[in-house]
Design a protein around this ligand. Structure first.
Ligand code: AFP
Length: 327
């Protein structure tokens, strides 16, 4: 007997109808799913087709652009345009704000279509992260610089594993898996486990002695309590935290032996990395803060490529770190 699961589209349609919502959001998310599936296919054949190397130029962050970054960006912009629902988009791959449909669009989209570039050459998991905010339909024209608190949804695809996680404002965080027909199916609500037995700690251990003294001391006190895991692609690392609990962190770099390499402002991007996972984490019962111990969702971006430190995961663990950071 074949077992048929509920499809993502059926799940979302029911959600929209239950809340008397329009179908515009559904059309946008359908576009994002098409983009992710398309990118996934390029990624799967990337090694064969020579698409897992560098493209020969640098991006807004001064990093070498990979061929897959370009493909993922082009594919995503295509589907955002085709949806007709997006005002502006902000992408890791573009210095400027990308106008999509300034007159007719309803949503702002913040995305990183291929996050975790150190995994690309190996064909290992990368992420497609996105956050969505809605145009102020009644008041004066509003800004695209929205804090995570104002997102209406945020999600991530872990490519090429075929998993998709979507958080809907005040309606939980849901995980889906791709089936034989390339449809995302079987909604499972993700709630961070309370039992600390399964909790994991995820950070780049090679940066450990560059963190603040407070964070180094916290690690020394706590590291033996948890299993340690690090993939180097936020979507994959956060995927594990959502399932097992614990905390992912990318603290500020303030004690680098080469002071030029310090990153007191953090490494991760606020709008399309940190706020995205913070939103998903909150809807799953967790918390996320920056280096000042402030909830990531409350941080008002001043720049669309703003960076931040990030501590995200099970609430008791993140609150413990917040206490230390604020002491
Ligand atoms: P890249 O896409 O530039 O590799 O960055 C990935 C990322 O923003 C995030 O996905 C990872 O969690 C983190 O950076 C990994 O950074 P390190 O390589 O410094 O550990």
């Amino acid at each position: 007997m074949i077992r048929f699961e509920q499809t993502f589209m059926d799940f979302l349609l029911q959600h929209q109808e239950r809340h008397n919502r329009t179908y515009h959001f559904l059309i946008l998310v359908d576009g994002l799913i098409n983009a992710a599936k398309h990118i996934q296919q390029y990624y799967l054949t990337g090694a064969l087709k020579g698409n897992l190397g560098f493209a020969g130029n640098t991006n807004v962050q001064g990093e070498d652009v990979m061929r897959m970054d370009q493909i993922a960006q082009e594919v995503t912009i295509h589907y955002l345009k085709a949806s007709g629902r997006v005002i502006h988009a902000i992408s890791e791959e573009s210095e400027q704000i990308i106008p999509i449909n300034p007159e007719g669009g309803r949503y702002f989209v913040y995305f990183d279509p291929l996050d975790g570039s150190s995994n690309v050459a190996h064909g290992l998991p990368v992420g497609f992260l996105f956050g969505i905010a809605k145009r102020n339909l009644t008041g004066p024209e509003d800004s695209h610089l929205r804090a995570g608190r104002e997102f209406i949804a945020a999600g991530m695809f872990v490519i090429p594993t075929g998993t998709f996680t979507l958080a809907l404002k005040d309606a939980g965080t849901w995980r889906f898996h791709i089936d034989e027909t390339m449809n995302y199916v079987k909604p499972v609500q993700m709630v961070l486990p309370e039992d600390a037995k399964s909790w994991e700690l995820s950070f780049n251990e090679s940066n450990r002695y560059t963190f603040s003294e407070k964070i180094q001391a916290w690690i020394a006190q706590n590291e033996r309590k948890y299993v340690f895991r690090y993939l180097g692609a936020l979507a994959g690392d956060f995927h594990r935290i959502l399932s097992n609990g614990g905390m992912f962190m990318y603290p500020a770099i303030v004690n680098h032996p080469n002071p030029k390499k310090n990153r007191p402002q953090g490494k991760l991007r606020l709008m399309y990395e940190a706020a995205v996972v913070a939103f998903m984490c909150k809807e799953a019962g967790g918390e996320a803060i920056d280096e000042a111990g402030i909830p990531i969702l409350d941080v008002q971006p001043k720049d669309h490529h703003q960076r931040t430190a990030l501590y995200v995961g099970s609430r008791p663990m993140v609150e413990d770190v917040a206490r230390i950071l604020k002491s």
